[in-house]
Design a protein around this ligand. Structure first.
Ligand SMILES: [Zn+2]
Length: 461
C-alpha cells in the first residue's frame, strides 16, 4: 500500500466509523413487517453513499418484499478481473431487548480486552463487514482516482428473512452480474489476530414431521395400553435416526459425503479449536458425536440430523392423562459436499415412513433446502486472499470449513459460475443474532486495508 493511501486511511478513521454508526442507527429488521420502511431507508442510505464515493449505475431495486442495492465501477480495463462484492444490510430482530446492555440501534463504543468494540445490531452481521469493502473502494478512488479491478456491488435486504429476492434476481440477471470472482464478508476470524478463509459451508434440509394416531385425543384410562400414543410413536421414530455413537442411521445418508484426504485432515488439525474450546463455549458436560472424527471435522465436514423442536399432548400447568392424537417435530439436516438436499429429503422421508408401525401415520413436510458449498483452497482467487491477509495481519490465514450456511454462495457458484472467496472479519463472540452484538473495531480498520490489498492482489493474479 502506498503512502498517500496510508495517510488517507489514518485520516479517515473517525469519519468512517461515524458513517457506519449512522447506518447502524437504522433498524433494518427484515423479518418484522413494522420495519419494512426501515429496511428501505437502509437501502437508500447505502445507495446514496455509494453514489457519493464515486460508484456508478447505483440503484435501489424494489421487490415485493425488500429491496436490493447494486452499483459498479468498470473502468479498470477489460484485461482486469471483475469482482462481485456481496453483503446484506438487513439485521436480525433484537428480542430479548432487556438483555442488551446498550440500546441495539444506538451504536456504542466500549473498551474490550483486545481494543475497542462497537456494539449495535448489525455491527458484525453484516453492515460493518460489507462497509469494509465500501470504505476500501472509497479510499482507492479518493487517492488514485481508480480501482485496480472492476467492481460490482450487490447488497441485499432480506438475508435474515430467506433471501428469496436476491436468488431470483441473480438467476434472471446472469449477464449483468457477470464477474470473475465473488467476495463475501459475512463470517468470522478465529481470534482478533488470526484471519480465516472459509472453503466450505454446510447446506440444509429442514422439515416438520407429524405423527397421527387416533382421530382425536383419548382418555388414557379408557384406551391406554390398546392405542399407540402419538408422542411415544414420534419419540420411537426419532430415536431410530441415530445410533449410540452419533451416526445417522438413515440408509444411504452418507453415500454422497466426500471423503477427507489425509492432507486435508492434517490441515484441519491445524485449526486451533477442539474439545476444551467447545465445552467452554457451550457449557455442555461432555462432547457428542462420531468418535472417528475430530470436533472441527464433525462441525465442518460431517452432516447432521438435529431435532430442533417437539410438541404434542398436554404441556400446560397441572395434569391431563391424555393419549395425544398427534405429535410434531421440527428436524433439520446440515449437509456437506456433495450431498444433494433433494436426495436427503427423499431418503429421510422414505425411512421414516418405512419405520412407521401400522398403529400411526407419519407425514414429512419440507420447510427449507439449500446446497452445501466447497471451493478448492488453491484457486488463484483464494491464494490472492491469503496474500492480502498476510500483508495486513502479518500472518497466514487458516482455511476452515464452516458449519453454518450462506445460501447465496451456492447460487453465485451455480448460476454465475464464480469462485467465491469467503473472507470474514467478525469474531466468534460477536453475539450474532443475540443481544449485545458487536464488531471488533481494530478489525474494521484492518479489514479495510485487507480489502484494498485483496483488490490489488486480484488485479495481479
Ligand atoms: Zn449475515
Amino acid at each position: 500500500m502506498n503512502d498517500p493511501l496510508q495517510a488517507y486511511l489514518a485520516d479517515a478513521r473517525s469519519r468512517q466509523l461515524a458513517e457506519l454508526m449512522d447506518w447502524l442507527r437504522i433498524p433494518s429488521i427484515s423479518a418484522l413487517p413494522a420495519h419494512r420502511e426501515d429496511v428501505h431507508r437502509a437501502a437508500t442510505w447505502l445507495a446514496d453513499h455509494l453514489r457519493q464515493i464515486g460508484l456508478e449505475h447505483v440503484s435501489v431495486i424494489p421487490s415485493d418484499t425488500h429491496p436490493l442495492v447494486r452499483a459498479d465501477w468498470l473502468h479498470a480495463g477489460p484485461d482486469k478481473p471483475t469482482v462481485l462484492i456481496y453483503g446484506h444490510f438487513d439485521v436480525q430482530p433484537v428480542d430479548p431487548l432487556e438483555e442488551w446492555e446498550t440500546p441495539p440501534f444506538e451504536p456504542t463504543i466500549k473498551a474490550g480486552p483486545h481494543g475497542e468494540d462497537l456494539y449495535a445490531r448489525g455491527a458484525s452481521d453484516d453492515k460493518g463487514q460489507i462497509f469494509i469493502h465500501v470504505k476500501a473502494v472509497e479510499a482507492l478512488l479518493a487517492t488514485t482516482g481508480r480501482l485496480p479491478v472492476n467492481v460490482k456491488f450487490i447488497v441485499e435486504g432480506e438475508e435474515e428473512y430467506g433471501g428469496r429476492t436476491i436468488q431470483e434476481y441473480v438467476t434472471r440477471h446472469v449477464d449483468e452480474l457477470a464477474a470473475d470472482v465473488a467476495l463475501i464478508s459475512d463470517s468470522h476470524m478465529l481470534t482478533p489476530n488470526q484471519p480465516a478463509i472459509l472453503y466450505g459451508l454446510r447446506g440444509m434440509w429442514s422439515a416438520q414431521v407429524t405423527v397421527t394416531g387416533p382421530a382425536h385425543d383419548l382418555h388414557s384410562g379408557s384406551y391406554g395400553g390398546a392405542i399407540h400414543n402419538a408422542n411415544q410413536a414420534l419419540c420411537e421414530l426419532l430415536a431410530a435416526l441415530h445410533d449410540r455413537h452419533g451416526h445417522i442411521t438413515v440408509p444411504g445418508f452418507y453415500e454422497q459425503v466426500r471423503d477427507l484426504s489425509p492432507e486435508e485432515r492434517a490441515a484441519l488439525a491445524q485449526v486451533p479449536y477442539g474439545e476444551a474450546e467447545i465445552l467452554a463455549e457451550t457449557g455442555a458436560p461432555a462432547l457428542y458425536g462420531e468418535p472417528e472424527f475430530t470436533v472441527v471435522e464433525r462441525i465442518g465436514a460431517r452432516p447432521t440430523l438435529e431435532i430442533n423442536g417437539m410438541w404434542g399432548g398436554f404441556t400446560g400447568d397441572g395434569f391431563k392423562t391424555v393419549i395425544p392424537a398427534q405429535a410434531h417435530a421440527k428436524i433439520s439436516c446440515r449437509l456437506v459436499p456433495h450431498q444433494d438436499p433433494d436426495r436427503i429429503e427423499a431418503l429421510v422421508t422414505d425411512y421414516l415412513k418405512r419405520l412407521a408401525p401400522p398403529t400411526i401415520q407419519v407425514e414429512v413436510r419440507t420447510y427449507h433446502k439449500y446446497q452445501p458449498f466447497l471451493t478448492p483452497p488453491d484457486l488463484p482467487a483464494m491464494r490472492a486472499a491469503a496474500r492480502a491477509c498476510r500483508r495486513t495481519f502479518g500472518t497466514d490465514p487458516v482455511f476452515m470449513l464452516e458449519g453454518g450456511g450462506i445460501p447465496i454462495v451456492s447460487v453465485f457458484q451455480e448460476e454465475l459460475q464464480l469462485p467465491v472467496v469467503l473472507l470474514g472479519f467478525g469474531l466468534p463472540d460477536d453475539n450474532l443474532h443475540a443481544p449485545n452484538e458487536k464488531f471488533h473495531l481494530p478489525n474494521f480498520y484492518r479489514g479495510i486495508a485487507t480489502s484494498i490489498a485483496l483488490l490489488e492482489e486480484l488485479a495481479a493474479a
